[in-house]
Each structure stands twice: as C-alpha cells, then as structure tokens.
Design a protein around this ligand. Structure first.
Ligand SMILES: [Zn+2]
Ligand SMILES: [Zn+2]
Length: 140
C-alpha cells in the first residue's frame, strides 16, 4: 500500500499522523492476522519510543472505523484481520500458518432460523478449521 493511502487511513480513523502510527498501520496491513504482540515487537524494533498505549489506542481507533476486525483463532490471542469480507480461516496446529477460506458462510445457515433463538439481529459468527499444512506434514 502506498504511503499516502496509509496516511489517508490514519486521517479517516481520526488519528494524528506520526512515524509510530505509520509503522503500526504498515505492519498490520502487510501482515494480515497479526497479533497485538507481533505488532508490538515489530514496531518497537523499528521505531524507538513507542508506548504500548499508543499501539493499543491506534488499534482501537482502526477497529472503530472498521479498517481491521479483531478475531480470536487461538485461546487468549487477539489477531487483526484486514479483510472485511466474511471468510473462514484454516490454522495449521504445527506452525500456526493461517489461510483464509472464501466460502459463503450464510449458504448453509439461515439467519431467520438463528434469530428464533431469541435474537433480534445476528451480527457475526466465528468458525475456524484446524489442520496440518503440507509443509508440516512432510517433516518427520
Ligand atoms: Zn482473515
Ligand atoms: Zn504448518
């Protein structure tokens, strides 16, 4: 993504443009499904003087504007998805590789059927697949 596009996203998210924030957003955009810890480690290596609160504040603002979506694929780890389209993930249990699967999630589920469980609206869903990737299955 071009530098001016990254700046535009920060502006639209109501964030002041700083070298720290540019680095945070660049990392999130070029590493889809990065975790907060990965973002923290990378950004503090690249730019000194970045506080955890700056990182979390920036992430929160990006979530508010819908630029990134928090997802939980493994217990206790929040990752940030830059793909706004509904999709599933397959995770390799050996190396942690995450692959996106694009199948229509509502094809088999009826929203009306789900709402019968006492809900006014259904906003989202979370289903993940686990497996062993080709690379890992070759290792003995
Ligand atoms: Zn994804
Ligand atoms: Zn693997």
């Amino acid at each position: 993504m071009k530098e001016n596009e990254v700046r535009e996203i920060l502006k639209n998210s109501d964030l002041k443009i700083t070298p720290q924030r540019l680095e945070i957003l660049n990392y999130i955009l070029s590493n889809n499904h990065a975790s907060a810890q990965e973002i923290r480690e990378h950004v503090s290596k690249k730019v000194s003087s970045v506080s955890f609160s700056t990182i979390y504040y920036t992430i929160d603002k990006l979530i508010d504007t819908g630029m990134i979506i928090p997802i939980t694929l493994e217990p206790g780890v929040v990752r940030y998805d830059t793909n706004p389209d509904p999709h599933y993930h397959i995770i390799c249990i050996k190396c942690g590789k995450i692959t996106e699967v694009h199948i229509d999630p509502f094809e088999k589920f009826s929203l009306e059927e789900l709402k019968k469980n006492g809900f006014e609206d259904i906003l989202g869903f979370e289903i993940h697949f686990f497996g062993i990737c080709k690379k890992c299955s070759k290792k003995v």
